[in-house]
Design a protein around this ligand. Structure first.
Ligand SMILES: [Zn+2]
Length: 185
């Protein structure tokens, strides 16, 4: 005898939840074994991406976007600092025609793709280095966080804060390297 459709669907959902729970338990047991926590302390689950995948995804994406913005600021820093220009004034503008860059053209990576690497007003080329630095910084910030979550049995929020330090340090080293490279060439 075949079960009605809604009951078959319900049993499928229950099975999926049971498989997911089992996978989660296995993951905690493995982490407990790795971190030296015995069977006597199973009441202390390790908060990680398995425990709250939505928060993990949101924090990773936020860091990706934040990293891209840091990369955008880095581009300004690398261009203006050696020329001893102000970092905030005048606002971002095309170095060829001097026209201010509209906010929607200034979005990290996407702005360059949308303009196909050319100024909207004078069509002079915009270096491919700008979106590369922005994309790299985005991946750096997101990547460091994902790596820390995989390696450290700490809460997602603590790792979020901790990941900022090596990411910002790496971005600073990148800025220094780019300034030195530009000076040489
Ligand atoms: Zn222009």
């Amino acid at each position: 005898m075949r079960l009605p459709l809604c009951r078959r669907f319900k049993s499928c959902v229950s099975l999926a939840i049971a498989v997911w729970r089992q996978r989660k338990t296995n993951c905690y047991q493995l982490k407990n074994a790795c971190t030296g926590r015995g069977k006597d302390s199973p009441t202390l689950p390790i908060p990680d991406m398995e425990q709250d995948p939505i928060l993990f995804a949101i924090l990773s994406l936020w860091l990706l976007a934040f990293g891209a913005c840091v990369g955008s600021f880095l581009n300004v820093l690398v261009y203006r600092l050696p020329l001893r220009k102000s970092l905030s004034y005048p606002p971002s503008h095309c170095p060829a025609c001097g026209h201010p860059i509209r906010w929607y053209d200034n979005l990290p990576v996407f702005g360059w793709i949308k303009l196909r690497g050319k100024c909207r007003d004078c069509k002079s080329p915009i270096s491919v280095r700008y979106p590369c630095v922005e994309g790299f910084c985005g991946l750096l910030f997101g990547g460091v966080y994902i790596l820390l979550v995989q390696l450290c049995p700490l809460s997602l929020w603590v790792l979020f804060g901790l990941s900022l330090l090596p990411s910002l340090l790496s971005a600073t080293v990148l800025a220094i390297g780019l300034i030195a490279y530009d000076k040489k060439n």
